[in-house]
Design a protein around this ligand. Sequence first.
Ligand SMILES: Cc1ncc(COP(=O)(O)O)c(C=O)c1O
Ligand SMILES: N[C@@H](CCCC[NH3+])C(=O)O
Length: 460
Amino acid sequence: MSMPSVSAPPSSSMTDPSVADLLAARPHLRMHALEGLMLEQVPLAAIADALGTPVWVTGAGTLRSRYRRLEAALAEPSLGASIHYAVKANDHLAILRILSIEGAGADVVSGGEMRRAIEAGIPPARIVFSGVGKSDDELGLALSLSISQINVESREELERLSGLASACGRTARIVLRVNPDIDAGTHAKITTGLADNKFGVAYDEAADLYALAARLPGIEPIGFAVHIGSQINDPAPFRAAYARIADLVRRVREAGQAVSLVDCGGGLGISYRDEIEGSPRALAHAIRVTLGDLGLKLVVEPGRWLVAPAGVLLSRVLLVKQSAGRAPFVVLDAAMNDLLRPSLYEAWHGVVPLSARDAVQPAGPAHLVGPVCETGDTFALDRPLPHLAAGARVAILDTGAYGAVMSSTYNSRPLAAQALVDGSRWTTIRPRQPVEQLWAGELVPDWIAAGETGAGRAAE
Ligand SMILES: Cc1ncc(COP(=O)(O)O)c(C=O)c1O
Ligand SMILES: N[C@@H](CCCC[NH3+])C(=O)O
């Protein structure tokens, strides 16, 4: 099985793309001789000057154009698949609003995401609720809002939902998420369609469970869902998974049950390093040849492909730590608490200096790390990087998806600011978190605050 970019260790390689290669593959980014690195028509240094670093920046124009490319590929008359953006990839209200205006619905995995999507103007009728474990409160919210569909992942959830729906006199339109046992060929931590993974109901049990769903009060089964993982660039696993679902649909129909919808999930990958980006047309083809002639309503749930390339994380070099005979450590002011992907999946992200002056030939291999007290707080190891002195600023590329959303405040580091570029204008969409907010909700019991020493050893 080939291991694509998300799993590629961030170590040195003769094949690491140069700054010029990285920019050539990303038309929304370019290096201006004087202004430095531009996202759409905005010099990123201007944003770093105004907001400081680290700061996330997303290009609205880039996002829209990617949405339109995907929509065009899926809009063929034989498909007409509707796009439900996977909110988990980047849940900022401005991003959701942009996509909502483009016509996207939402795929949500929590009550919080459901509330966010609605707050951003996505109507409940365009919201799909996925997830392997949903609380009664979350299911109750979905029922009270009459969202478009609830993707059920187990018999236990189905029976619980039936009870909840009957109790409030509502009917839940459910889609059964099936685990097709297909290897998506992606990183083990983001594969979801293998029988060993926690997601979905076993393929062999799906037909019986669907039949049970039709008998349960408060439940209307309308179809099947499948999502085999994330960062998938090769269409073959999609095709294999959809073929299995098509067989299932035929069998269930032959048994006399109605199936009107298939939710094809998300998962389309991008090019982080030098992979061939997942193709919307190839995805559409995979859907058409497997499910296209079954008269189904089709749904997709893309996240990463839409928003990852549209975002960058800007950071500043705090210091360069030299050590004789070893690659230097270039210590950034961004860390794993901001961008977790390299630490979590050894993910490779391109790094480009903001200043054209810095974007020259690699000075030699260097380690790009953050200041957090974890050895795993690295962005790149042994990477041939341009010469970066203290104070130099860089953009870490393709961080629009699973970037800011996965941030934490570990080491009491406030959440970074966020900005939105739209053509030639830009604005702050989230100020840097004030440090006091880090402890704003914390309570110190009166007796501790008063300095009591308490029971001490006697209680041990
Ligand atoms: C059910 C479901 N749908 C959609 C997505 C979005 O995936 P991606 O961002 O890879 O398109 C995910 C995340 O993997 C998911 O779990
Ligand atoms: N968080 C992952 C993707 C998981 C997708 C959600 N199921 C990433 O950064 O690549």
